[in-house]
Design a protein. Sequence first.
Length: 154
Amino acid sequence: MNSLVMVVADVLVGVLLVATIVTSVRLSRRITQMKADEAGMRTMISELVGATGSAERAIAGLRSTLAQAERSLGDRIAAAETRSNELTQAIAAGNGVLTRIGHIADTTRMAVERHTTRGPAAGSERQGDALRSAIAAAQAVADRTARRIEGRAA
């Protein structure tokens, strides 16, 4: 009976040894797979860190570009305001000149009308022609100035 117990014990030890070997092989495969997954994860993490760094650099570049664009736009707005003020002053000055030319033309026209209603005196016919020419020239200057001002305002 001792030998039978010994054989059964040896068989049982053998079965347990085979089960241990099978379990060890399975665990070895799982460990190998986990290490491969770990290496993949490490690679993915390092790529993610690199992508994050690139994104941070891109954001810094965008901020710099935005600041530069803001400064440039501010300079352009200031220049546009200056030009607008200059144009407003030039238009006001042009309107003043146009008004004065209109007054001169009206005054000259009235003087010619007074002169022609009194009747021509000796040598005054030439003066009347000169006054009519002056009125026509003043009116032409007034018309040109008005067109120029309208062209700038448009």
